[in-house]
Design a protein around this ligand. Structure first.
Ligand code: G4P
Length: 528
């Protein structure tokens, strides 16, 4: 096998989806611990705090108790290379999360044993469904009282519409938690409070029939367990790799992230069964992960990671080939060669300069605004990866400047911040308004805060008569011009220079559509 196929085959790129507070951060810490990043254990939150110091606007994030930024963590485990792409936690950041999910090959769903399936998990699951993303499930906080495990699986199946295949099964819960049984290997892993439960230092019995087990968990509990296992065997589905890979079945694990219990069993199973990078669709053809030439797409932009340098980092998911430090790549949208100098990789220990990276990996490219979300890179071929949409925002506000002399700064700030993808910036054809669109209201606070903090601009956002936006497409240049003339009052240009119809009401939108049957009104703009 070539280097590319060997390296691609051992990549596991995934994201954790969960409702806030289910334990995503805690689980991330433990996974990193197994990846050998010992110094990282317990410090994911610490690292968040350190970032606050370098970038003050994140104080807002702290105030609100939300994580605005996503990051990428890479660690080796059992001969595999695991890439964990963090997803922003707050509901307002759905779009951003959506795009992170386009860059992964599978997902891990974390559910709080007491709360069951929560609203945000349902939404994220819908997103995974769009691409049939394979999903593993970790039911967390077993050290606390929660719902009956069988009921929980029923809930996942009925609410999320995915079949459950339990791989581990809990023995007791809360105060009575004794351990888990591995339903595939038959092993029993005991839970002992206060220990770090790596495979090496936990007590393992070969099966529930091991005579020593009864002495440890008691005859009553063992009887209960046997009965439950029989029930589970009768009522649940055995693990089916094909169904898992098709996104139809989720292997389920039970544990307690904070106690590091059940986590390694999950990780072992994950690296063995989770998919390596798969072929991906482009406008021209399907690109296989094992192809020798570099291709990739940008799914996220983060501005001003270092306030000393006004640069932005574009996060590119590599889809095929090899990236080598300093190489040139073809930026498909601009048609230009770009030197990928000083690209970042994301080893768990720190951001560091990438020497090489492979399919499934993410690299960070510094740039000054030339790269946008959705952009594709190649070694010369004009291909564009599809399926990384911009959604029409649902909320609109007009920017109001307190100091008119800062107009230039305001425009620059709005344009740069919208490159990150959480907000969109529109300039009407017929007025000097600056209109910002977002999916959630919190975005306006974040932008106002960052405008002040990073651009020195005091601006506020006021209501504006826009209900919804649609991107305009029309192949017939003449008809497009007619449409432009007739509707100039409602048209605007977005940050990428595309024509957008800003409808004051839904009814108005409908009428405009009826009057211009040759013009397409698109609710998403796929980056092209
Ligand atoms: P999130 O990223 O999904 O939002 O969740 P996070 O890991 O921050 O966990 C949310 C809370 O749940 C934290 O408590 C965390 O310690 C706790 N937690 C995580 N896993 C477990 C578990 O297995 N058992 C129990 N009992 N609790 C768990 P917190 O009080 O909000 O924060 P902290 O002060 O403990 O850090």
């Amino acid at each position: 096998m070539s280097d590319v196929s060997t390296e691609a085959a051992r990549r596991r790129t995934f994201a954790i989806i969960s409702h806030p507070d289910a334990g995503k951060t805690t689980l991330t810490e433990k996974l990193l611990l197994f990846g050998g990043a010992i110094q990282m254990a317990g410090s994911v939150k610490g690292r968040k705090a350190a970032r606050h110091a370098t970038s003050d606007w994140m104080a807002l994030e702290k105030e609100r108790g939300i994580s605005v930024t996503s990051s990428v963590m890479q660690f080796p485990y059992e001969g595999r290379i695991v890439n964990l792409l963090d997803t922003p936690g707050h509901a307002d950041f759905g779009e951003d999360t959506y795009r992170v999910l386009t860059a992964v090959d599978s997902a891990l769903m974390v559910i709080d044993v007491a709360k069951g399936v929560e609203e945000r998990t349902i939404k994220l699951m819908e997103v995974c469904r769009l691409r049939d993303t394979p999903i593993m499930t970790f039911i967390n906080k077993l050290d606390r009282e929660g719902k009956n495990p069988i009921d929980l699986l029923d809930e996942v199946e009925s609410v999320l519409g995915i079949q459950c295949a339990p791989i581990t099964w809990p023995i007791g819960m809360g105060q009575r938690l004794k351990g888990v049984v591995h339903l595939v290997s038959g092993e029993v892993h005991l839970y002992e409070q206060g220990r770090n439960f790596t495979r090496q230092d936990s007590t393992i019995f070969a099966s529930v029939d091991d005579p020593a087990l009864e002495a440890r968990i008691g005859a009553d509990m063992l009887r209960e367990l046997r009965e439950e296992l029989e029930l589970v065997e009768g009522a649940s589905h055995p693990f089916d790799p094909a169904k898992y890979l098709a996104g139809e079945q989720t292997p389920v694990f039970f544990g307690s992230a904070v106690n590091n219990f059940g986590v390694q069993l999950l990780l072992d199973f994950f690296v063995e069964h989770a998919p390596a990078p798969k072929p991906r669709e482009t406008t021209g053809r399907e690109v296989g992960a094992y192809e020798p030439k570099l291709t990739g797409f940008v799914f996220k932009i983060q501005a001003n990671m270092d306030p000393q340098h006004r640069d932005r980092v574009a996060f590119m998911r590599i889809c095929s080939g090899k990236f080598s430090a300093g190489m040139k790549a073809f930026h498909v949208r601009s048609g230009k060669e770009v030197k990928l100098a000083n690209a970042l990789t994301f080893m768990a220990s720190d951001r560091e300069i990438a020497e090489s990276a492979w399919p499934g990996d993410v690299i960070g490219i510094h740039n000054h605004g030339t790269i946008s979300i959705g952009d594709s890179f190649s070694e010369g071929e004009a291909i564009t990866f599809t399926g990384i949409p911009n959604f029409a925002p649902e909320l609109f506000r007009r920017a109001r400047l307190r100091d008119p002399l800062k107009l230039k700064q305001l425009q620059k700030g709005l344009a740069q911040l919208s490159e990150e993808g959480a907000t969109q910036f529109f300039r009407p054809l017929m007025s000097n308004d600056l209109i910002l669109g977002a999916v959630g209201t919190l975005q306006f606070d974040v932008v106002a805060y960052r405008l002040k903090d990073e651009y020195g601009v005091d601006a506020s956002f006021e209501p504006v008569g826009v209900a919804t936006a649609r991107w305009i497409r029309c192949d017939d240049a003449k008809k497009l011009e007619q449409f432009r003339d007739k509707n100039a009052l409602n048209l605007a240009i977005d940050a990428a220079g595309e024509l957008v119809y800003l409808a004051p009401t839904r009814v108005n939108l409908q009428l405009a559509q009826e009057r211009a049957p040759d013009v397409a009104f698109l609710a998403t703009r796929e980056h092209a």
